[in-house]
Design a protein around this ligand. Sequence first.
Ligand SMILES: Nc1nc2c(c(=O)[nH]1)N[C@H]1C(S)=C(S)[C@@H](COP(=O)(O)OP(=O)(O)OC[C@H]3O[C@@H](n4cnc5c(N)ncnc54)[C@H](O)[C@@H]3O)O[C@H]1N2
Ligand code: MOO
Length: 399
Amino acid sequence: MSYLSVSDAQTLLQSRVFTLPAEAIPLRQALGRTLAAPVLAGTDVPPFARAAMDGYAVRADECPGTFTVVGQVRAGTVWPTPLEKGQAVRILTGAPVPVGATAVVEQERVIRQDNTVQIERAIRPGWNIMEKGHEYRQGQPLFEAGHHLDALSIGQLAAVGVATVSVRQRPRILVATSGDELVAPGAPLGPGQVYDTNGPLFEALLTHWGAMVDRAVIPDDSDQVAQFFHDPKLQHYSLVLTTGGASVGDYDFIPQIFARDFERLFWRLDMHPGKAVAAAQIGTTVAIALSGNPGAALIGFYLLVLPALAQLLGRPFPLTAVEGVLTTPYPKPTRETRFLKVRLLPTDQGFYAMTPLEDQSSDAIRSFREADGLAVIPHGAPPQPAGTRLSGWLLPTGP
Ligand SMILES: Nc1nc2c(c(=O)[nH]1)N[C@H]1C(S)=C(S)[C@@H](COP(=O)(O)OP(=O)(O)OC[C@H]3O[C@@H](n4cnc5c(N)ncnc54)[C@H](O)[C@@H]3O)O[C@H]1N2
Ligand code: MOO
């Protein structure tokens, strides 16, 4: 039986999730948000040529020489008249360079006596002057639509005078875990019970990537699973993400309910780990039911959820394709396309050396900490000797 490919599933999901509307918000609230429109510099930065040092503004072509100090200019003020031959203006860091001055000689390099300064050496034009517009030119594009506003972006936007930004509304996402064996961290574990990893993990990941997350728990009961997906509250969410109950076990109700009551988009993908995954259109929202195994669900998160989230935010596709060569053999044959956690080292031949991590188990998440990417072994492939050329994806660490 051949399952839908990951790229077909991505395309299908992209056709069902829509980029959210824009809203205007104050710059101070914009950290972590995504620009909905390009931003151009509204002014030159700096807006005028300014002194980089405390010293004296002079004409460089008059150095060495002795100058009459005719006054002082400090940051926030402007020297009113063009500098004449033989004149120097006492200037402080950040002050506009007087018209006619071509250098600022720092005070450590001059001899000041009463109202004269003596400069004993030749000075290059432009010395200690920060040129107007050297960082940004007015009208220059600063950021594209889809740009993630990190702390540096906030500083850059402030520097060009932006007070309000147009950003995408934050996607609301519901993360629901299923599995009666799950216990919230903090409570003691009973026999056969495990701590809920997926709820906290996906809440944190989605928040990190810019979503507003609510959490829910779905009991392992067919009627209650159906009730969960029929709840009108689901329509408040751009995406509904569930984990567990997505396979073929006696308590795996989700794929059947997707097919029975909604439009099931897919069930099971040509993807290991994470084959046990389903998706459905539920009214205006899209539900993605990931595997219960945290490591498998995490593969589904990177390959399916993150691209859908990027689309909601109007951001570029979040995964970067890479090429590499296995440094060690991979000993098992591959049935469904295998996404192997690898460490990546660039080589000077333009591809990566790909070293598979030891723990590839679908219940484990710890190895993601050491993984830089996923190598892709095609379905039906035999064991892979060292030196095999594979394509893969970089695992993005943040928005
Ligand atoms: N006969 C078959 N059995 C299984 C198949 C199959 O094709 N045929 N697929 C296997 C694969 S692959 C996976 S992956 C799992 C997926 O199963 P489910 O998505 O139905 O998930 P559960 O059975 O509910 O849970 C699996 C595993 O994960 C633990 N779990 C669940 N939720 C959490 C959570 N929030 N935090 C931590 N751990 C969680 C759960 O206790 C189970 O150990 O099915 C295979 N079976
Ligand atoms: O969904 Mo299962 O690992 O294919 O790990």
